[in-house]
Design a protein around this ligand. Structure first.
Ligand SMILES: NC(=O)c1ccc[n+]([C@@H]2O[C@H](COP(=O)([O-])OP(=O)(O)OC[C@H]3O[C@@H](n4cnc5c(N)ncnc54)[C@H](OP(=O)(O)O)[C@@H]3O)[C@@H](O)[C@H]2O)c1
Length: 219
């Protein structure tokens, strides 16, 4: 396997960002944890014991080879517009799901049609955008146990290949889901999973598993 890229997680102090930071740190990937305040990122790194460097989100975007966005949907477009000038042709993995509190168990889509298409607009051609991790619980990523579910990845095929290989490094099966336009299906599925979690009292989060793939296939 080639040397791992430096991964920058924007909003890495949060639930999903923290779960991903735990996984990338454990996998030995060079890691930058981004926050609105570098001091908050430093504290999160120290408390969790990650092998990572703290930075502001903007610095992290500039320094990472791959940029992963894990901030609430309401902040997604503003942050992408702010970092766009620093991205060049970096791979950008957006995890945003367009949940609208308080009705997060109800599918509510944004004017652009999906969070993925909102992100594409906000980036205005900067970076190589894929979206992923919509249906994976932060708790499962954080506890280091097998996920038992798949991560669907959306975007241009070459960019998806790169993202799938990266996700493979953290012990999670990633499956090509097609172009960005398809991401709306996984985004909507998150609200379905939240409804399932509530109905069946699933503490660490229900997930999605693709059947019919050959053993070991997915990437
Ligand atoms: N949680 C999950 O299990 C999960 C699963 C799949 C997808 N997602 C998606 O991942 C994204 C992040 O979810 P999350 O649950 O991890 O969110 P979160 O913990 O509430 O927030 C993540 C980080 O975003 C930053 N942030 C919070 N409010 C902000 C604001 N007003 N302006 C700018 N930055 C702000 C904070 O970092 P700083 O204060 O350090 O800047 C925070 O630690 C969402 O789009 C969500 O739909 C989450």
């Amino acid at each position: 396997m080639s040397n791992p890229p430096t991964v920058a997680i924007l909003g890495g102090t949060g639930s999903l960002g923290g779960g991903l930071a735990a996984r990338f740190s454990a996998a030995g990937c060079p890691l930058i944890v981004g926050s609105r305040e570098a001091g908050k990122a430093r504290l999160a790194i120290e408390e969790a014991g990650w092998n990572a460097e703290p930075a502001t989100n903007e610095e992290a975007a500039a320094r990472g080879d791959v940029v992963i966005l894990t901030v609430p949907f309401a902040q997604q477009a503003d942050l992408l517009r702010a970092i766009a000038p620093r991205l060049g042709d970096k791979l950008v993995i957006d995890t945003s799901v367009p949940l609208v509190p308080p009705k997060v168990a109800v599918v509510q889509l944004p004017p652009a049609g999906s969070a993925a298409l909102t992100a594409r607009e906000a980036l205005g051609g900067a970076g190589r955008l894929v979206t992923a991790f919509h249906n994976v619980s932060a708790a499962k990523l954080r506890n280091g146990q097998p996920i038992g579910a798949d991560v669907l990845v959306f975007g241009a095929v070459d960019d998806r290949e790169e993202a799938v290989a990266l996700i493979d490094r953290i012990g999670v099966r990633a499956v090509h889901g097609g172009p960005l336009e398809n991401a709306v299906a996984a985004e909507a599925m998150t609200s379905v999973l939240i409804a399932i979690n509530r109905r069946y009292k699933v503490a660490d989060g229900a997930g999605v598993r693709v059947t019919g793939l050959a053993d070991g296939e997915g990437g």
